[in-house]
Design a protein around this ligand. Structure first.
Ligand code: PCA
Length: 198
């Protein structure tokens, strides 16, 4: 039976004028195999990104939620293994918030593992010679905030939740760090979507 995937990307933040996550997500097909794809662009704002995703998910009733974000210092597509219950920002978000050492959800568990097949995704990407690796930290900024909130909300349900960080696009950062071509990222997300069913 056809499954539904809600996939999110972020608006730009910091000094950047593009965010590769939304650039790649927005270029995905509307259907991959028998999976219906719904794309959502999110603000880089603590709490709000998750609220908007939950709102969209309540309407769509997806089987999978895959969030994508930029991780500028990375050279590979990196599925995140774990989300932690911590907000600890070293820079303001796009609404001027800079939480320090706060829980995402007070009283909730310290961490959740991704509920998508992260290892299967890395293997499928490597098979296509796309640089890929597991990441054991999504940080403590807005990406982790989103990932943690969704994992918490869908714990014990059939909805599978994951997060993938992607590198900078050519032209981003200081020009000296690692980058990845947009078409490679789009291909990578398509492969990840195909691999979700495990
Ligand atoms: N990356 C940030 C937030 C938005 C994005 O694309 C992060 O890694 O938290």
């Amino acid at each position: 039976m056809g499954k539904k995937l809600l996939i999110t990307g972020f608006e730009p933040f910091g000094r950047e004028t593009v965010n590769p996550s939304w650039e790649a997500v927005s270029r995905l097909e509307d259907r991959i195999g028998d999976m219906e794809i719904t794309k959502l662009r999110l603000p880089v704002v603590f709490g709000r990104a998750a609220e908007l995703t939950l709102e969209a998910a309540r309407k769509l009733q997806p089987d999978f939620i895959l969030c994508v974000g930029q991780a500028g210092n990375r050279a590979a597509v990196t599925p995140e293994v774990v989300a932690i219950n911590l907000r600890d920002a070293s820079m303001e978000d796009n609404a001027g918030n800079r939480p320090e050492d706060e829980p995402v959800i007070p009283g909730a568990p310290a961490a959740y593992f991704a509920s998508i097949p992260v290892r299967g995704i890395v293997a499928a990407l490597k098979e296509k010679e796309i640089p890929a690796a597991l990441s054991y930290s999504a940080g403590a900024y807005v990406c982790n905030d989103l990932f943690y909130t969704l994992r918490h909300c869908y714990e014990g349900t059939h909805v599978r939740v994951g997060f993938i960080h992607v590198p900078y696009l050519p032209g981003q950062g200081d020009g000296k760090g690692p980058v990845m071509e947009l078409r490679t990222m789009v291909q990578a997300l398509g492969i990840a979507a195909e691999t979700l069913k495990g």
